[in-house]
Design a protein around this ligand. Structure first.
Ligand code: COI
Length: 355
């Protein structure tokens, strides 16, 4: 059941940043959404309040046992002033799958969608409209019960914060350089790799830092057992165009089920471009490149949108894809996806939800 949301507006509106210099996740809007959970009463007290620090007991379980999940989605402002959300139902469905894996209580879809709509309505004037910008929305749940016993929390907070953003990568939409990680692993089947939970990202940080020191923006993860099969890039799923067919690693329990990934597969099928979800080994990819058959590579994600991949480095063996330039298909997918999202192109899939 959707409960009435209490709205407390701020008396001190912040100055908005320039749309040309947003970066990613640097600025936050004037308000945030909070919903509490207690084992006895379920989810209760939905409210929109001024953006502010929250007070938690130092024993809150989230700090000790990482019981937390999050989502990421975007709102766009159309040329005629409408506000569109991209497939928000997919986010709440995935949030609930993550909840189940992390022993966090189920959150009703209607409650999630209503929370988004109420918060966006209050901070509507924060949605940027310059090309390449959007309002990034970060819903998340944290375990707040102050107790050090290892057991699911009896108290939680579901919150939503929002940030006007530009491109995720510092070099905008130019091809990224990716380091293929062969020492650390991100996830194994049966673990939490498929869940959108903080630990997956924390576990990737040292590899990312080491890759950065070598001049690479991100890490491409291989499977945790054989260290051989391509999984994902932590902030995005990956696709490879090989001899006219697009290949992407099949969801296997340790790869994030990306909403942009799913949308790109639908878009390719709609264009009659063959697309295969399958197990892809890193050796195979290097072989295809050797034979001149690897035409393009790109990553997909809410934050990353479509990010062409210009270079891979696996154990020191550098593979330059499409001369390090943005491929034709990557560019076409970027144009069609962002066109649908910002309302400049028709939405044949019924993805967009008007707020
Ligand atoms: C997103 O694309 O929304 C993500 O969650 C990736 C991220 C961790 C920035």
């Amino acid at each position: 059941m959707v409960q009435a949301v209490e709205i407390q507006r701020t008396q001190n509106k912040k100055e908005k940043p320039s749309e040309q210099k947003l970066g990613f996740g640097v600025h936050y809007t004037d308000h945030m959404f909070i919903l509490d959970y207690d084992a006895g009463s379920g989810w209760h007290s939905p409210r929109v309040v001024p953006y502010q620090p929250i007070v938690l007991d130092p024993a809150a379980k989230v700090f000790h046992y990482g019981q937390t999940v999050f989502e990421g989605l975007k709102a766009y402002r159309t040329e005629d002033g409408r506000v569109l959300l991209f497939r928000p139902n997919k986010n709440i469905q995935r949030l609930n799958r993550s909840n189940e894996r992390l022993s966090i209580p189920y959150l009703e879809e209607d409650v999630f969608i209503d929370a988004l709509k109420q918060l966006i309505e209050v901070d509507r004037d924060w949605i940027p409209s310059s090309p390449g910008t959007s309002l990034y929305i970060r819903p998340f749940i944290i375990a707040t019960q102050p107790a050090l016993g290892v057991a699911p929390s009896t108290q939680y907070k579901f919150m939503i914060i929002m940030s006007p953003v530009g491109a995720y990568y510092a070099n905008g939409v130019n091809p990224v350089k990716i380091y293929v990680e062969s020492h650390y692993v991100r996830a194994v089947n049966g673990g939490v790799g498929e869940a959108k939970t903080a630990g997956n990202y924390a576990a990737g940080l040292s590899a990312q830092e080491e890759a950065k020191a070598k001049g690479y923006e991100q890490v491409l993860w291989l499977d945790g057992v054989h260290r051989k099969y391509i999984e994902e890039v932590g902030s995005m799923n990956v696709f490879f165009k090989i001899n006219g067919t697009v290949h992407t690693p099949a969801l296997n329990g340790s790869i994030l089920d990306g909403i942009t990934r799913n949308s790109i597969i639908q878009q390719l099928q709609h264009w009659n471009i063959p697309v295969e979800e399958r197990t892809i080994s890193i050796e195979e990819l290097y072989d295809y490149h050797e034979k001149g058959m690897l035409e393009e590579a790109f990553g997909t994600g809410t934050a990353a949108v479509i990010s062409p991949i210009g270079e891979l480095n696996w154990r020191g063996d550098k593979l330059i894809i499409n001369n390090g330039e943005t491929g034709e298909l990557s560019a076409k997918l970027y144009e069609s996806l962002t066109g649908i999202q910002t309302g400049t192109l028709p939405d044949p899939f019924g993805w967009m939800v008007e707020v």
